[in-house]
Design a binder for this molecule. Sequence first.
Ligand SMILES: [Cu+2]
Length: 290
Amino acid sequence: MTTTRTQPLRRAALALALAAGAPAWAQVASLPGGPAVNQLNLHPPATAIAEQQQWLHWMMLIICLTIFVAVFGVMFYSILKHRKSVGHKAAHFHESLSVEVAWTVVPFVIVILMGAMATRTVVAQKDTSNADITVKATGYQWFWGYDYLKGEGEGIGFLSRLDPAHRAMSDAGAPAGDDYLLKVDNPLVVPVDRKVRVITTASDVIHAWMVPSFGVKQDAIPGFVRDTWFRASRTGDFYGQCAELCGKEHAYMPIHVKVVTADEYSAWVAAQRKAAQAGADAAPAIVAAR
Ligand SMILES: [Cu+2]
């Protein structure tokens, strides 16, 4: 009797919950170069370094899992088969040289092997020499500033801020779009297959410049200069976020890197220069008009 009465109620509540929740998540699709729907794994790599990192990540995980299964397998087997209730008699040996040598040498060899596999990538991550383009990324509360210091585009500088519409969506608790909280006014534009050195610093508190697809995460520290690099292997839009808790708007300072072809990059540089020149020309005119 009770079931027949509560079932329609439950169904109605479920339908209501689905109707309320469905529009929010049903229309969100994976963002290429950014987060994916139901993403469990790391972002698809867009640099050789990110590829190596992911290979290392899986290799280390498999090694750890193998050790875990082997150690716990032996342990549980021993507990089960050698228990007192089945009449097992404990051995009474002490100080076995061979066992002690084995449990010292085997883990040592495993650690050395893992370290040897990672060393090449870790060293390569830090090699910022011979960059084609050098960009300074400055963390501010709460946006990024980019200054092209060397290479094609030298002298260009701008701020990169979150789209105010996204901030409003966050305040309203109504997220929408695939690039929610990742859309900026001015993305960092770089050419494909060129070594881009990113110098990081900050003007107020510690921030961190992170783009997962590039395998890059570097603290931006006030009063200090740190650097990292990437060489994007394909064109497209890649997204990241500030990765160091930097205050109340920490979640609202995304990173958008636009990787374009060499020609598109040259065109972009020319357009930036033209805009800067137009601005410089207009300024005296405004002064004169007063
Ligand atoms: Cu920050």
